[in-house]
Design a protein around this ligand. Structure first.
Ligand SMILES: [Fe+2]
Length: 517
């Protein structure tokens, strides 16, 4: 580039904000020896012949130099099966995302990037199978950096036989805080304030992606992600959020910058148009997976009372009509053995009336949007569709529910054809985000857990744990769908240990959950 053009380009970039991609609080966290690939590599959305590859340059200088990529089946990338180059753009904060195509199904690949004379780490990924008799998926949610070490991400990274990691959201948290000696946290967010601007959100993602455990999980497995509320602000809905105040600016503007940052950092790439989290993936004849957005695109504002006359109104929607139509159409057409929903908030009808009249319903979950749930369940029964597994995050605790049209009707839900069990909901606990014992102490949390287990109030509730952190391993075969809740011993210090594993499974065409050793 000629000096004058370079100078003009630099001034243009500087004025447009190049120098301000990240908050200055990020600088001390960056080890310069890892530049320009300090944020590692990632892959995502595996199909039978393609996968998305991701990296992001960290450079202090404006650049127009190409980033080269290559993908191979051998660990040293001696014989690439595909390669190319892309040009980083400061508008996307030098995000590099490409769709590697012409790949073979059910095959492990290795990939890397090159910028000038620097190579990235070598990433590992895997394409989806055309047919499969066994499929293992790690399911994760709720990784609050301040709440602890990402030990569960480390365990996921070490799990060598999984096809992909399904992330159900709360990948980052929007809160900020300054160190308080009276209430110390395991670690602290940067920037130290609540994130609102594009630079804030970018900086927060950068901090998370400098975590060695999360970075390694991304390097070793393809991720299939969707967002929940904290990628935006707590208890968000289409038109706002509980944690968005008018003095924090316009909600639509905040939503847009949060979305932009999300798609800059996560390995999602559309074939055409804008990226979106609502999409379907297939794992041969064994499983179809629908990734949902129950938060941002169409969700109506949460009601505050379960007695509100609007509760059952179809306008009190969590999916919106077009997403619900798309999901039901896909479920009806699917020929896969297992139909998996990648969902954010609890789908099951759960009553806590026996515990607290005031908090008897979680109106931030599907219990606050019963018309949409009824429409989906009615469609499933009308088309005699079963073998459903709903995967859920959001609430920092583990649950397993039998799935039926009237789940709390204990007289009929196991017996009558119009209310038979047609699937299971498996709720994954948090990677680190605070759960019950960290809020109220272990004795009280254990007591609360024993009350929640009341089978009279909730006969469909088969398992609950409101104390431990970890991840869920979903194992699918033609015969069964097994959820293994894998728990870490602590989040207060780094650990790669497994504390315990609890397994529940359903059988194909039977669907009633039972515990296995
Ligand atoms: Fe969460």
């Amino acid at each position: 580039m000629k000096p004058i053009i370079f100078a003009l380009f630099f001034i243009y970039n500087y004025i447009c904000g190049f120098a301000q991609i990240f908050d200055s609080t990020l600088t001390p966290l960056l080890d310069k020896s890892t530049a320009p690939f300090a944020f590692g590599v990632a892959s995502g959305d595996p199909h039978t012949n393609s996968v998305i590859l991701w990296t992001k340059l960290y450079t202090q200088e404006p650049t127009t130099e190409a980033v080269k990529w290559e993908i191979a089946t051998d660990t040293f990338l001696i014989q690439p099966v595909n390669s190319g180059e892309v040009f980083p753009e400061w508008q996307s904060a030098y995000t590099i995302k490409i769709k590697a195509t012409e790949l073979k199904p059910n095959t492990t690949y290795y990939y890397r990037f090159k910028y000038k004379n620097s190579y990235s780490a070598i990433g590992r990924t895997k394409t989806a199978p055309e047919n499969a008799d066994l499929l293992k998926l790690a399911v994760v949610s709720c990784s609050n950096y301040e709440a602890g070490h990402f030990n569960a991400y480390r365990l996921v990274a070490l799990q060598n036989d999984i096809a992909a990691v399904i992330h159900l959201g709360d990948y980052i948290y929007e809160s900020g805080s300054l160190p308080n000696p009276d209430k110390p946290k395991v670690r602290y967010h940067i920037p130290p304030h609540e994130i609102v601007s594009l630079r804030d959100y970018r900086t927060r993602y950068a901090q998370y992606r400098l975590d060695a455990d999360l970075q390694e999980a991304h390097r070793l497995h393809p991720f299939i992600t969707t967002w929940d509320d904290h990628e935006f602000a707590n208890n968000s809905y289409s038109g706002g959020a509980q944690n968005h105040q008018s003095n924090e600016g316009n909600w639509e503007a905040r939503k847009q910058v949060a979305k932009q940052a999300y798609f800059e950092w996560l390995p999602i790439l559309p074939d055409t148009g804008e990226p979106q989290v609502i999409r379907q993936l297939q794992f041969g004849n064994l499983a179809d997976l629908w990734m949902l957005d129950t938060r941002i695109e169409a969700r109506a504002k949460q009601l505050t009372s379960p007695y509100d006359a609007e509760l059952k109104n179809p306008t009190q929607t969590i999916l919106g009509k077009s997403q619900a139509d798309w999901l039901i159409d896909g479920l009806v057409k699917s020929t896969a053995k297992w139909k998996i929903l990648g969902n954010q908030v609890m789908f099951s009808d759960f009553s806590a009336k026996h515990i607290s009249k005031k908090y008897q319903r979680n109106l931030d979950a599907w219990d606050g949007y019963p018309a949409d749930r009824n429409r989906i369940m009615d469609s499933l029964y009308a088309h005699q569709i079963q073998n459903i597994v709903v995967l859920t995050g959001d609430i920092h605790s583990s649950w397993a529910f039998d799935l039926a049209r009237q789940q709390r009707n204990k007289k009929t839900y196991r017996k009558t054809p119009d209310n038979k069990i047609i699937g299971a909901e498996m709720v994954v606990t948090s990677i680190t985000s605070t759960n019950a014992d960290e809020r109220v102490g272990k004795p009280l949390a254990k007591f609360a857990q024993s009350i929640i287990k009341n089978r009279v109030a909730n006969p469909h509730l088969r398992y609950v744990n409101i104390i431990d952190h970890g991840y869920l391993l979903l194992e699918l075969t033609p015969q069964y769908a097994r959820g293994s809740w894998v728990y870490t011993p602590t989040v207060k210090s780094p650990s790669a240990e497994v504390d315990k594993t609890v397994k529940w499974q359903t059988h194909f065409d039977n669907n009633r959950l039972h515990r296995v050793k």
